[in-house]
Design a binder for this molecule. Sequence first.
Ligand code: UD1
Ligand code: CA
Length: 489
Amino acid sequence: MSKELTVIVLAAGGGTRMKSKTMKVLHPIGGRSMIGHVLVAAQALDPKQVVAVVGHQREAVGAHIHESFPDVVLAVQEEQHGTGHAVQMAVEAAAGMTGTVVVAYGDTPLLRGESLRDFADEHEAAQRAVSILSGIVTDPFGYGRVLRNDEGDVEAIVEEKDATAEQREVREINSGILAFDAEFLRRALPRIGNDNAKGEYYLTDTIAIAREDGLTVGAYAIDDVMQTEGVNDRVQLARIGAELNRRIVEGWMREGVTVMDPATTWIDADVVLGADVTILPGTQLLGATVVGEDAVVGPDTTLKDCEVGPRARVVRTQGELAVIGGDATVGPFSYLRPGTVLGARGKIGGFVETKNAVIGDGAKVPHLSYVGDAEIGEGTNIGAGTIFANYDGVRKHRTKIGKHARTASNNTFVAPVEIGDGAATGAGTVVRHDVPPGALAVSSGPQRDIEGWALTKRPGTAQAEAAEAALADGLGSGPDDARRVAESD
Ligand code: UD1
Ligand code: CA
């Protein structure tokens, strides 16, 4: 039986080594803010309350937390007098804590909920006043060291700056994540002093305080220490970001996704992939993207907040807030902007840009087109090089094309305009008025040939010479031949 639980996430520090206008814990990594990862992990503890301590840029950090995690309570630490002081602020802001209190930091994006759960369970089972999530590392520099007596019992944590040369040899470090009995924490916090190298109130002093009171303390070493690693600068941000991605990609491969080149595949934490999805090299699946079973995505594709249906094929495509139906094909070199919805078995082909475009089941826009603010009915085929002229210079307008229509190459649809079900257009048509169902719209005039034009208007050029030679050979001389050539196209 787990006790009632509170999680405190510390995020008041400045993060100056990021050298950024953006507060450290707000930097995105794997599609979430750094603190977002920690707050998601905290959910695994099924906490009664989560308190985030904010200080530096507290408006920005607070607004972000409020928007993404509305249940999280914000505690303000105006000046950063140390982790003990920060937790004091959290206790004051919280609505009466009982049971267990887990303290974590907002800059450890690899932290997993299961690890917090195991740690809290172990803490509660051992009935300790305070437990340390520790780790054994090769280079303990900068960390608080876990000091044990000859019996191996934990006695204290000493910070790097306050440690003796001998203590600095200790390779068991405090990850920063601690679990407390709430009653003990409340009593211990006012007893923490700041007589140390940094002149700060160290939360870690609670270990020695518990020992003084004859209470049980202990450390639980996490095997995967990297989960507790904090990000302090942008070099670490990239390294931890790559590690997070490596873990996510590996996780999906274990779930039955084929990833041809994990090194060039980036998958955000909130992406969901179906069974037997194949991801080809150079692909980024970002945000809340969902890919259905047996779909193939890539190579060289970036999809953000997109939905890809089962068995769809998406090649060399840039997409955002787009829906791609099952068995549909997209690419290569397609640009799907927000509001694109491609139906089942539909096609968006090479060099096609779409925006606010609902393209029906089995409908196709195969080549070189811009489809903006449009609705295309099922089974309709849009000819190569078609422009949906949606913008009159002031306002955007919609184009609606019915079912099973056939529009020819190099058309312009001047919105607002409607083309009926089963209608057609001729090549080069500029559609300015609605086309009734089943009609053929043609706007370009009949072809006129001015005989011998090249010979009279471009004499002496290669063009004229070629024409002259062809005419001498008796090729394509008369108007009938011209018509025949046009019709056979
Ligand atoms: C702290 C621990 C150390 C541990 C290490 C792990 C203490 C005294 N030391 O050291 O034992 O090995 O973390 O990384 O706890 N913060 C606040 N308000 C403050 C001070 C800090 O919110 O007044 C936040 C920071 O934003 C940060 C976290 O607490 O997220 C840790 O603070 P930091 O100053 O980095 O502590 P360390 O010196 O690294
Ligand atoms: Ca730190």
